[in-house]
Write a protein that binds this ligand. Structure first.
Ligand code: AMP
Length: 207
């Protein structure tokens, strides 16, 4: 099954996709993770993406479309995949449709005020990409999976979060209607715990 996760930053796309990877055995393809890796490695793509990512703006369509197209051609995507953070514009969705057949788009729905609280307390593992909220960590600063020191993403500062929400509303939210019109949209209310949301996501995929 080829799945897209839609939803505002902080709705839990990455967390839900990581859980589903374990359950379904299909890869999670996160354009945000790929761009941050490219930035750490200082590749041409990374250098091009840096200023957009750090300000909370969108990286140019042609840059992200190229990395997704290349990634989907890899062997591990043959039996399905989950796209997390792509597409983010209608143009990206239209281009994606030229080289991929999407079965379902899961929209993770969450009010803005909850998003700011979630993202400003988010800590991530730079090694395995696991994500936590400070309230789950009990003062610890290391990853429970791999022991690496957790970091706060630069774009999880309050000012950048507000910009990312604005960008989401203006450029990404129209995708909800785009996939609804295609009859493949499933909406999940993500205000519950990670486990509750995961149960809802699985139900939405079975529907
Ligand atoms: P994420 O980890 O999905 O929140 O993405 C972090 C940042 O990477 C975003 O704020 C954008 O700057 C950039 N980015 C990720 N995916 C895309 C995309 N599909 N199109 C444009 N920019 C993207």
């Amino acid at each position: 099954m080829n799945i897209i996760f839609l939803g505002p930053p902080g709705a839990g796309k990455g967390t839900q996709a990581q859980l589903l990877t374990k359950e379904l055995g299909i890869p999670q393809i996160s354009t945000g993770d790929m761009l941050r890796k490219a930035m750490r490695e200082g590749t041409k793509t990374g250098l091009e993406a840096k200023r957009y990512v750090e300000s909370g703006g969108l990286v140019p369509d042609e840059v992200v479309i190229a990395i997704v197209k290349e990634r989907l051609a890899e062997d591990d995507c043959k039996n399905g995949y989950m796209l997390d953070g792509f597409p983010r514009t209608v143009f990206q969705a239209e281009e994606l449709a030229k080289f991929a057949k999407i079965d379902v788009a899961v929209d993770l729905d969450l009010p803005d005020e909850v998003i700011v609280e979630r993202l400003s307390g988010r800590r991530v593992c730079p090694n395995c990409n696991a994500t936590y909220h400070v309230s789950q960590l009990g003062g610890s600063t290391v990853c429970k999976n791999c022991g690496a020191e957790l970091i706060q993403r630069k774009d999880d500062s309050e000012e950048t979060i507000r910009n990312r929400l604005k960008v989401y509303t203006e450029q990404t939210a129209p995708l909800i209607d785009y996939y609804r019109r295609q009859g493949i949209l499933r909406t999940v209310d993500c205000q519950g715990t990670v486990e509750e949301n995961f149960a809802l996501v699985k139900r939405a995929l079975e529907a």
